[in-house]
Design a protein around this ligand. Structure first.
Ligand SMILES: Cc1cc2nc3c(=O)[nH]c(=O)nc-3n(C[C@H](O)[C@H](O)[C@H](O)COP(=O)(O)O)c2cc1C
Length: 377
């Protein structure tokens, strides 16, 4: 192995004392492959087991904390104690290769799927029409009431307790990708005039209350240090949407309340840039500069080679999350450690897909999603 890659394979200790064996993270990735009762399927179990033998930390695909928070078809659920055995199956699979495992929890907010929510209802911070995405239709969500907001906060705590009981080493709050946490933080989607909207302090009230509740639950139920991470999207494309200046305030608050890491979700760590600046600097450079070593910074976005990881680490991240590349190279870490980086695949060979242990529905999604992945016949 090239000596300059040593750093990424050194162990890393988070502030709360949890030590990861190295700095490569499996990025959270939905598989659309739960059983129809929203329990974790055998195909998902096998998909994880195949990919967790080299990385230091596994972040699971997202799970919804309430039935109306479902964002993807066949998304395994975490909203009821009945799902604890299913979550345990996932925790066992994610930890089977010796890595720590974190459950990503969320509420899809205005991107929930109305054909799967009770009564077809979609809720958000405010009733603002959404744009259709590749995954969710355009909807006019219903504004949550004050009491319902308190229920969602409670639900995040309950799912955290289930994660502890299931044997996870931590949870990651999915505060990115335009889901409910971001619906509240966003000045575009949050038009409320009560204590949950308006000023940036009010728009942050919901995410911070969720963290507060989760910390309370962790304090009460965890018997060993338990990781609490928070995933962010740095800005929004809408006129009047989130901008970096908002994100800086969020980052400061997350550091104040003591999350164990901040996870920046970027399309490409080296090229993603804020839309409204002439500056040449990337999202990652702005974020790393603002964080300035005050909290563990993790980022994801188009890292393929160990050189990419190395370069991103030199720009200020401590942990590197790898998504698509780990789908295509379940043994990415082993390849790099074995000096076989020339074997890293950047396409999926359809004829060899059975070697990748991809759940059938995930493979179907990948095939149907055009340029998302490179597929070779
Ligand atoms: C199949 C797939 C499913 C994903 N599901 C999630 C998810 O559940 N939660 C999340 O925060 N991001 C999700 N993402 C985004 C990834 O975590 C990651 O940020 C993104 O793919 C960029 O990293 P990459 O270029 O290394 O794949 C998903 C990405 C892929 C490819």
């Amino acid at each position: 192995m090239n000596a300059q890659y040593n750093n990424m394979f050194e162990s890393f200790t988070l502030n709360n004392g949890v030590t990861l064996r190295n700095r490569i993270v499996m990025a959270p990735m939905t598989t659309w492959s739960s059983n129809d009762d929203y329990t974790v399927s055998d195909a998902e179990e096998n998909y994880y087991k195949k990919r967790v033998n080299g990385v230091g930390l596994v972040i699971t695909g997202c799970t919804h904390v309430q039935p109306n928070g479902i964002g993807f078809t066949n998304e395994f659920a975490g909203y009821d104690d009945a799902f604890i055995p299913s979550l345990r199956k996932l925790a066992d699979a994610a930890k089977s290769g010796g890595a720590a495992a974190v459950l990503q929890i969320f509420h899809a907010g205005n991107k929930a799927l109305p054909n799967l929510t009770p009564n077809g209802e979609v809720v958000s911070s405010s009733a603002v029409q959404t744009e259709a995405t590749g995954f969710a239709p355009s909807v006019l969500p219903r504004e949550l009431s004050h009491d319902e907001i308190l229920d969602v906060i409670h639900a995040f705590g309950e799912t955290t307790r289930r994660a502890i009981e299931a044997g996870f080493d931590g949870v990651e709050i999915h505060g990115a990708h335009g889901f409910l946490l971001q619906n509240f933080f966003s000045p575009f989607f949050n038009r409320r005039e009560d204590q949950w909207g308006g000023s940036i302090e009010n728009r942050l009230r919901f995410p911070l209350a969720v963290i507060d509740e989760m910390k309370r639950v962790i304090q009460k139920h965890a018997t060993k240090p338990f990781i609490l991470g928070y995933r962010i999207s740095p800005d929004e494309h809408q006129e009047g949407g989130l901008r970096m200046k908002d994100t800086y305030v969020l980052i400061d608050r997350l550091i104040e309340v003591g999350v164990d890491y901040i996870h920046a979700s970027l399309g490409d760590v080296f090229t993603s840039k804020p839309a409204d600046t002439q500056d040449e600097k990337t999202h990652l450079e702005f974020i790393a500069e603002h964080v300035s070593g005050r909290v563990t910074l993790l980022a994801a976005g188009s890292m393929v080679t160990p050189d990419d990881v190395n370069k991103a680490m030199n720009q200020g991240i401590s942990l590197a999350a790898i998504g698509q590349t780990l789908i295509m190279n379940p043994d990415w870490v082993e390849k790099v450690q074995g000096g076989r980086e020339s074997e890293i695949q950047t396409t999926i060979k359809a004829s060899k897909v059975n070697e990748l242990e991809l759940p059938e529905k995930l493979w179907g999604f990948i095939q149907a999603s055009g340029p998302w992945f490179n597929i070779e016949e």
